[in-house]
Design a binder for this molecule. Structure first.
Ligand code: ACO
Length: 330
């Protein structure tokens, strides 16, 4: 029988500094009313000078390890899902590996934008199938605000920084938190231009002293992204449930990517899952990209929104485009 992957511990870390909608009113021509009605976002956490992604991955990892009651040395593999590593080389996973003092462990980045956590969970499941003794640290986070044009009111109000982490092992029959029952992943690169960060990639060659242009920041066709996000998260969620002979009636809790309250509510409605069973924290954190789903998961578990014996459906959508769903049995 296929080895089951289980989540042993969860944690998250966000920077201390908070930007409110009122703070943004002083930066660009916007209003608390516009941001609230279009997105549901009230505050977001952003890094301060001197802080970087590894402060977030490190903080989230220590919390997930404590939750799993495992010392850092127990970890055999490190996966970091992010589109905003603090450097191209070394990878975010290598930087984290060094900060945790885990010399010699496998360390690898995964790039799937806001869908990164679910891509990393499926990668961890594959590693556990090959190495049942593995103890895998999955970190998923972004410093989105490092790639936001603070003069573009259409994007800068939407995002925040943060990181979530999970520790996965094969099911050892011991006390366990959560069974990762299945994951479905999808992508469509033909739609990549609808949400992109082109600058910094090798498609844009900079010479020393060149200024960065708009290509360096998040570029987005908001309305198109909105439509695709709702359609794709609904579709992949249904496909995953069907694969297991389940319907949304078999789902106790929906944990969707926290991009925007209107997207979250539209997905819940299309799936026929009432608002009270849909987890929402986008008002506090904004869209934290790869961190959004694991932060939601950690808060939902530790805050009691999801209970032992229940089933959760996770779904995400992001640049690429990438999208995914996962089923967790608590
Ligand atoms: N404050 C005030 N006015 C604004 C702001 C702002 N922050 N931003 C845009 N506007 C204006 C526009 O200039 C436009 O004005 P105009 O009519 O005079 O031209 C007007 O508001 C409407 O702009 P739209 O972009 O059409 O507004 P829309 O209703 O589509 O809402 C939004 C924009 C919130 C971005 C929406 O399209 C959306 O949520 N899209 C999804 C995008 C998303 O969540 N992306 C995150 C990354 S992908 C992901 O994680 C799923």
């Amino acid at each position: 029988m296929k080895q089951q992957a289980v989540i042993k511990g969860l944690g998250f870390h966000v920077p201390e500094r908070i930007l409110t909608n009122q703070d943004l009113e002083r930066l660009v021509e916007t209003s608390d009313e516009w941001i609230t009605t279009r997105t549901g976002i009230k505050t977001r956490h952003v890094i301060s000078p001197g802080e970087s992604l590894s402060d977030l991955t490190h903080g989230a990892s220590l919390k997930a390890l404590a939750d799993a009651e495992l010392p850092p040395e127990a970890i055999t593999h490190i996966l970091v899902a992010t589109f905003s590593p603090e450097s191209v080389i070394p990878s975010a996973a290598c930087v984290l590996q060094d900060r945790l003092g885990l010399r010699g462990r496998m360390a690898q980045d995964i790039s799937a934008a806001c869908t990164g956590f679910l891509y990393a969970l499926e990668t961890a499941r594959g590693l556990l199938a090959l190495h049942p003794e593995a103890k895998i640290l999955v970190c998923s986070g972004d410093v989105v605000t490092s790639r936001v044009n603070w003069e573009d009111r259409g994007t800068c109000v939407l995002f925040g920084d943060g990181c979530g982490a999970a520790v996965l092992t094969a099911d050892d029959g011991g006390p366990r938190r959560t069974v990762l029952r299945d994951v479905a992943l999808a992508s469509d690169g033909a739609l990549g231009d609808l949400l992109s960060v082109r600058g910094g990639g090798s498609g844009t060659i900079y010479k020393l002293g060149d200024p960065v242009g708009e290509e360096y920041f998040v570029q987005m066709k908001g309305r198109e992204v909105f439509k695709h996000a709702v359609r794709s998260m609904t579709e992949v969620s249904r496909n995953l449930l069907e694969r297991h002979g389940l319907t949304t009636d078999d789902v106790d809790v929906l944990l969707p990517h926290q991009a925007n309250l209107r997207i979250i509510e539209a997905v819940g409605k299309k799936l026929g899952i009432p608002n009270e069973r849909v987890f929402v924290n986008v008002h506090k954190y904004g869209n934290t990209s790869a961190a959004s789903v694991p932060i939601a998961l950690a808060e939902a578990v530790h805050g009691g929104f999801v209970q032992p014996g229940q089933r959760a459906l996770l779904t995400a959508f992001g640049g690429g485009f990438t999208w995914a769903a996962a089923l967790l049995d608590f």
